[in-house]
Design a binder for this molecule. Structure first.
Ligand code: HEM
Ligand SMILES: *[C@@H]1O[C@H](CO)[C@@H](O)[C@H](O)[C@H]1NC(C)=O
Length: 326
């Protein structure tokens, strides 16, 4: 065990064993931990067992579902809009630049939804399922857990333009990442904690090609050379080959991402921007040295992000099929 898992995982596991109490003053008062207590009392165990099956079959898909939640909440609030397919009169967010060929985990969400529909017909929104499944994926991968407030509704519309405008890309500077999060009411500390989601999952070569082929000065040379094998400089060669966002423990939700940044081993340019002589360096070092602090801050920031609401007047419903309006 000890040879495989470095000590930092044990300290995070200890933190994760406690349910992290999260308060969120100013967050949406309409959401409630008791929302489905009467209408679907068995909801949470159903979601957890369904997503546990997904994560056991493929841990990366747990990461993919977590990313879906981020891409949902940052585009007109957490309203399940990211899950909608193209349809007449509806241009899906799936084809937006940050999403196309990149977002995955839709089948996993469908599988969870099917189990929830079987237990409680036409009752639980896809947006709430995404919030619960993301929380459960994080904890199943070894990270913290938290209480999810419920009562989100699903949008009947999507906005590809807002997805393009609101989601930061892999080339983003620190300033531009901070601005994207500030636009959602999230602080620099929230942002750096949330970026710690990159402790799990994978990215495609085309998102880090420049960084590992001479484009960035602040890259660990050994690390860059290794990555060039699967991701050479030439555009079109190996574009979709994958590398872990946290090289050491890509399927464990620990604080390894931050330890990697401190060694200039961030995979994306945007990752390394959090540790490049700027305002987030000190926090990156703290999270690298204190897994419990990261776990707490991540849980708190997920609750904040999960409270982003669709604009007033957005037509909403509880979708039966997460891919299309009823
Ligand atoms: C801070 C700004 C962020 C930027 C610029 C960013 C960018 C990216 C990029 C470019 C990828 C790889 C996509 C691909 O290769 O197709 C990725 C993957 C991922 N992102 Fe982010 N991200 C950010 C924040 C977040 C946040 C806040 C979360 C969740 C809370 C998150 C969760 C993930 C996960 C889990 C993956 C791996 C997904 C998988 O393996 O399928 N990211 N991100
Ligand atoms: C580069 O990564 C190695 C581990 O692969 C590490 O020992 C070294 O300190 C890193 N270099 C820098 C400049 O951080």
């Amino acid at each position: 065990m000890a040879a495989i898992f470095p000590a930092r995982i044990f300290s995070l596991a200890a933190a994760a064993a406690l349910l992290i109490a999260v308060s969120c003053p100013g967050c949406d008062a309409a959401l409630s931990t008791k929302y489905y207590d009467k209408t679907c009392p068995g909801l949470q165990p159903v979601v957890r067992s369904a997503i546990a099956q997904v994560v056991a079959a493929d841990p990366r898909t747990g990461a993919s579902v977590l990313r879906l939640f981020f891409h949902d909440c940052f585009v007109n609030g957490c309203d399940g809009s990211v899950l909608l397919d193209d349809a007449p009169g509806l241009t899906a967010e799936k084809a937006a630049g940050p999403n196309l060929g990149s977002l995955r985990g839709f089948e996993a969400v469908d599988a969870v939804k099917a189990r929830v529909e079987a237990a409680c017909k036409a009752t639980v929104s896809c947006a709430d399922i995404l919030a619960l499944a993301s929380r459960d994926a994080v904890s199943l991968l070894g990270g913290p857990t938290w209480t999810v407030k419920l009562g989100r509704k699903d949008a009947r519309t999507a906005s590809q333009a807002a997805a393009n405008a609101n989601l930061p890309g892999p080339g983003a500077s620190l300033a531009s990442q901070l601005a994207s999060f500030a636009a959602k009411g999230l602080s620099a500390r929230d942002m750096t904690a949330l970026a710690g989601a990159h402790t799990v999952g994978r990215a495609r070569c085309q998102t880090f090609r420049g960084r590992v082929n001479g484009g960035d000065a602040n890259v660990n040379a050994t690390f860059a050379t290794q990555l060039q094998q699967g991701c050479p400089a030439a555009n079109g060669v190996g574009d979709s080959s994958l590398a872990p966002l946290d090289a050491e423990t890509p399927d464990v939700f620990d604080n390894g991402y931050f330890l990697g940044l401190a060694q200039q081993r961030g995979l994306l340019h945007s990752d390394q921007e959090l540790f490049s002589g700027g305002s987030q360096d000190a926090l990156v070092r703290k999270y690298g040295g204190n897994a419990g602090m990261f776990a707490n801050d991540f849980a708190r920031a997920m609750v904040k992000m999960g409270s982003l609401e669709p604009a007033a007047g957005t037509p909403v419903e509880v979708r039966i099929n997460c891919r299309k309006p009823n």
